[in-house]
Design a protein around this ligand. Sequence first.
Ligand code: NAD
Length: 487
Amino acid sequence: MRRFQHYIDGEFSDGEASYPSIDPASGAVWAEMPEAREGDVDLAVNAADRALYEGPWPKMTATQRGKLLYRLADLVAANAQVLAELETRDTGKIIRETSAQIAYVAEYYRYYAGISDKIEGAYLPIDKPDMDVWLRREPIGVVAMVVPWNSQLFLSAVKIGPALAAGCTMVVKASEDGPAPLLEFARLVHEAGFPAGVVNIITGFGASCGAALGRHPKVAHVAFTGGPETARHVVRNSAENLASTSLELGGKSPFIVFADADLESAANAQVAGIFAATGQSCVAGSRLIVERSVKDKFVALLREKAEAIRIGAPLDMATEVGPLATKRQQDHIGALVARSIESGARLVTGGSKIDGAGYYFPPTILDCDDVASPSLIEEFFGPVLSVVSFETEAEALRLANDTRYGLASGVFTQNLTRAHRLMKGIRAGIVWVNTYRAVSPIAPFGGFGLSGNGREGGMAAVLDYTRTKTIWLRTSDDPIPDPFVMR
Ligand code: NAD
């Protein structure tokens, strides 16, 4: 059985405790994970704090930081297959997806490597004579990074990359579910040559490890990805030190299809948008809002494609949908589908877990037209699509915005002016028009409302990891006059 370790202060160590990790494809234990509690968290945060103020890190130039990030990017690219296999093994995310995603993770590190020495301050044209005033951009401090189980290498890269570019130090908490790839990634951080304590990677449970990290007095900023309920705990804990937070949360994203769309193309995008990653994707296009005149045709097309999907072992390159990451997730999805059907939703395909070993759930479509279904409101975080239909563009927009989330959205139409109106009207952080699920290190990513408030990707993400310092310099050699003598 494989044993993984924490990476704290430049060294690999066992945790205060350990726990078994389950292979979701079989339901059997395959590895032993270290478990950080308050003591390990304290060690890691103190290491990050020392590295920030005392180590070689703050003396390095931004260009040197960038070179280390380039080296890390190359190492991720060279080890992408090993990391992909670990992620697949520990989370059940299929190898086709993990291989492609992790190869692309290297591009995120490369992008932030290039930005490292382009973070500029400012010279202010101040309204006083004999005074020079500058704004310096400095690292915000020690950052706590907390990620969920799905795509841990990707979700941590969008935090680690910009934070390192900004000169921060950090403690990354991998999810207790499927932490293997992130713990293994620590070996690449080490090999790249980052000074001890700059990047610390641990794992543990939310209530003990995550909470202790979020409220640690030496943490200046918490970058969190996960569910809205956990985010509320994170915000409450961060209030203790008035640490800032950036939150990337869940979604119930609308996927709008007009009758004039290329239906075959839209159907392929919808299938990928909801069934890729077995639906365990924050941007899953989980609410199909389709024009009534093409609803039956479009849903029939989706059903045909959904039923043709190859469900199988995640390490098999031919598999298109693998298991869910945990039994908890399988139970949650099964219960929410059952509740939705009780509320009047009609089952088009799928519907209940696949019996046997592993946490499998088939691609599922629920027709929720004219019913108040919980499946239109609550996040499944699984392979379940809920369908409603509309007659007018105004109705489509109203349905799209009828959610407390606001992460992503898709619009399929050939009508350019309509596409422009919807781009402006949809309340979500991302609008994809005639495409879905495209991401890039260059494009900011994040949501509104219950989907959070952070932006990851792009230059803006780097600025979130900086704070400004205003410097006043008097340039006159004249003595400062006595302030109490009236002139
Ligand atoms: P979760 O909120 O249960 O857990 C996320 C992380 O928070 C885990 O590492 C967990 O250990 C930790 N945690 C739990 N309690 C904590 C506490 N009190 N303090 C600090 N940390 C704590 O989420 P999950 O179920 O693992 O992941 C699924 C959720 O993540 C979904 O809602 C999904 O939409 C969301 N997600 C969002 C994005 C995005 O970029 N917007 C990406 C992926 C997933």
